[in-house]
Design a protein around this ligand. Structure first.
Ligand code: FES
Length: 106
């Protein structure tokens, strides 16, 4: 089973290096939640923004769909260049070594 690495900066600025398998159909929120780094309150429906994070590295990530854009649009802490909902990012090889920073709640 192949793994990828996810680098995370939590709300306090602490760095975490997470190793996660590719073949389990997970999204980034699933991985962050399993390490108690985000709440993921809506279970990945793009409805709560408790998985809001900033993508700090230059990675090609799947485009944002309308429901993700609508949710981000309601946040004060949104950054147009870097904000994503982690639940809308699939764990796939193209994001190996990604760095994300967890956003503070609005
Ligand atoms: S888990 Fe609720 S928006 Fe991502």
């Amino acid at each position: 089973m192949k793994d990828i690495t996810i680098n995370v900066i939590d709300e306090s600025g602490k760095k975490h290096k997470l190793i996660t398998p590719l073949e389990m159909g997970l999204n980034l929120m699933d991985v962050l939640r399993s390490h108690d780094l985000v709440e993921g309150a809506c279970g990945g429906m793009a409805l709560c923004a408790t998985c809001h994070c900033y993508v700090e590295s230059k990675h090609e990530i799947s485009e944002q769909k309308d429901d993700e854009l609508a949710m981000l649009d309601q946040l004060f802490s949104v950054d147009e260049e870097r904000s994503r909902l982690a639940c809308q990012i699939q764990i796939e090889e193209s994001i190996d070594n990604i760095t994300v920073k967890i956003a503070s709640p609005d």
